[in-house]
Design a binder for this molecule. Structure first.
Ligand code: IFM
Length: 446
């Protein structure tokens, strides 16, 4: 095992999200979200799975807090379900929804674990979807209203906030590629949704400052890293475009107040436009306190003749893959982080998600998930190299605390450090859980 030490002040944690673990989808006044509706439509989720029960964390707060305590994390990233707080998206506040998160947040604080709260991790209230969802500019203002309620309620208790998780998935994956709720295949709507999630982020940051909120706020885009398959100009251009298409499309507006020119040109050539209004970039690029980075994969790309705007080029050089068929590419993690520093300056960074899907059986009460440990070790090594190269990384949140509802793949793609039996809901820590315990205890690998 490689030896590596992270600073003592470094935050170690794990991530989850509301719809993926909570269940209790109709309890205590919670409204319907787009994922309730989408997952109940035949054929949308593998095996017809839904998040109705998920890991049942809504009823198992104490048990899950004990798991976090045993793991030894200093930070826990979770998300708040907007439809629990405002069931119809913009009207009445549901006090019982807030009470659930009171129990969670107070429980974390009592154990000395810092809450890192995501305001939006994909569970848009269905009533807002019926008015166009993120393709409707008004949704950004509804988000601002929801954020204000949550900020005030948790003032001084939650000190680390994330506005939006993975805006690329909120927009392109959901409105153009149709794989996530609401399941549309309309690129123009996706560009609108993408811009409006960024606007919602900006409005959230503006309000956070206007309310004099103590603490820090940021956003958590997904990132990937692609290298050109050959040294040809076309392949190099394709790799740059691919990196900008996913990663920079959301980071450049937030940190620089612009969209990447190469990608916008591609969209415009195809007759698509981004609905930018005067003043939008001023809001979107308001200074944030940290950037959240979610990194899982990357690869090598080749320019494809006649390549469409959304065609994601294949990797030609074979790479090892996780059981989600994602390339295992730890060097890409290093490149994402060092490239960010080069392009956008040395903003504080939290790794808000990194982890892997591996399907390992439970045998005699144990899950020997050696491949997950190897994946995590190689990514911590890349992270450590980026810290040594001067990238300002403050913490690392592993995805995920436990196996959970993996969106359109349902329960068949486990990412957890803890195995969950979805029949009995029994939690069983895997070998990676003990491995991560040691990492946390030793501030790295020894
Ligand atoms: O499970 C998801 C999470 O909700 C967002 N980021 C990627 C994870 C693995 O696919």
């Amino acid at each position: 095992m490689t030896q590596m030490q992270f600073p003592k002040s470094f935050y170690w944690g794990v991530s989850t999200s509301a719809y993926q673990i909570e269940g209790a989808s109709e309890e205590d006044g919670r409204g319907a979200s787009i994922w309730d509706v989408f997952s109940h439509q035949p054929g949308k989720v593998v095996g017809g799975d839904t998040g109705d029960i998920a890991c049942d964390s809504y009823h198992r707060v104490e048990e899950d807090l004990d798991l976090l305590d045993t793991l030894g994390v200093g930070m826990y990233r979770f998300s708040i379900a907007w439809p629990r707080i405002i069931p119809d998206g913009s009207g009445e506040i549901n006090r019982l929804g807030l009470a659930y998160y009171d129990q969670l947040v107070d429980g974390l604080l009592a154990k000395g674990i810092l809450p890192l709260c995501t305001l939006y991790h994909w569970d848009l209230p269905q009533s807002l979807q019926e008015k166009g969802g993120w393709a409707n500019r008004q949704t950004a203002f509804a988000f601002e209203h929801y954020a204000g309620i949550v900020f005030e309620h948790f003032r001084g208790r939650i000190m680390h906030w994330i506005t939006i998780n993975e805006p690329w998935c909120v927009s392109f994956l959901s409105y153009a590629l149709g794989q996530h709720a609401p399941g549309l295949t309309d690129l123009q709507a996706a560009l609108e949704a993408a811009h409006h999630t960024l606007l919602a982020h900006g409005l959230g940051v503006k309000l956070f400052r206007a309310m004099n909120m103590p603490g820090q706020i940021g956003i958590a885009p997904n990132t990937e890293w692609f290298e050109p398959e050959t040294d040809s100009i076309d392949d190099r251009e394709a790799a740059l475009r691919r990196n900008e298409f996913i990663t920079d499309w959301f980071i450049a507006p937030v940190l620089k107040g612009i969209y990447p020119a190469r990608v916008i040109e591609k969209y415009n050539q195809g007759g698509y436009t981004v609905p930018i209004k005067d003043g939008d970039f001023e809001l979107i690029s308001l200074p944030i306190d940290f950037l959240g980075i979610n990194y899982y994969t990357g690869g090598r790309v080749r320019s494809t003749p006649g390549e469409g705007i959304l065609e994601l080029q294949e990797t030609f050089t074979p790479m090892d893959k996780t059981d989600f068929h994602w390339n295992i590419y730890p060097d890409g993690f290093y490149h994402v982080l060092t490239d960010l520093k080069e392009k956008f300056g040395n903003i504080p960074i939290y790794i808000t998600e990194n982890g892997a899907c591996f399907i390992d059986p439970i045998v005699d009460g144990q899950v020997q998930d050696k491949r997950r440990i190897a994946y995590l070790e190689s990514h911590l090594d890349a992270l450590h190299r980026s810290v040594q190269a001067g990238v300002n990384v403050q913490g690392y949140m592993c995805w995920s605390l436990m196996d959970n509802f993996e969106w359109s793949f349902g329960y068949c793609k486990p990412f957890g450090l803890v195995h969950v039996d979805f029949q009995t809901l029994i939690r069983t820590p895997k070998a990676s859980f003990s491995w991560y315990q040691r990492v946390i205890r030793h501030h790295g690998l020894e």
